[in-house]
Ligand binder design. Sequence first.
Ligand code: HEC
Length: 146
Amino acid sequence: MSRDLYIPPRMTPRPKIFAALALLLCSIAVAGACGSQGVQVSKTDPYYRGAVLFRDHCSGCHTLSSVGAQGSATSIKDRLRTNGPNFNVRKENEEQVLYAIRNGGFSGAIMPENIVVGDDAKAIAAFLAKYSGVKSEKVPTVETTQ
Ligand code: HEC
């Protein structure tokens, strides 16, 4: 055995790698939990399905406390480009939500388009129209007609 290749057992780097890996996995689990602290909409609520879908597909980038979503920026300093509007304060109607889902927000540049489609998109739109903007004092929405 060549002396250069011999590594004494106590100095093998493995335990450190495992410790670092374990730490990394833990922090991923914690970070992953941030966006979903639970749906507070009752299971018997007709909008429950939309709430769960919103939590699963939209909460990474949007805030909405009725589903425990905290994806929007909380301060201008830690704002990321993907932070979408906060739906606690922003009121949406169904048409606006469907438009945003199909086109990827309004600019189409940041939010991915068609994250959900068909009935799922409609369920989210109906849910969001009902539950968004609950913390805004005045509802600054303009009804669109078709
Ligand atoms: C990758 C992050 C991301 C995800 C995931 C995401 N959004 Fe967005 N969303 C954004 C951003 C960023 C904007 C602002 C877009 C712009 O400026 O064009 C936005 C804008 C919107 C708007 C327009 C809001 C307004 O009034 O201007 C709606 C409605 C919306 N999103 C709904 C949803 C729904 C519903 C989902 C889940 C199906 C979703 N978003 C998933 C990032 C995201």
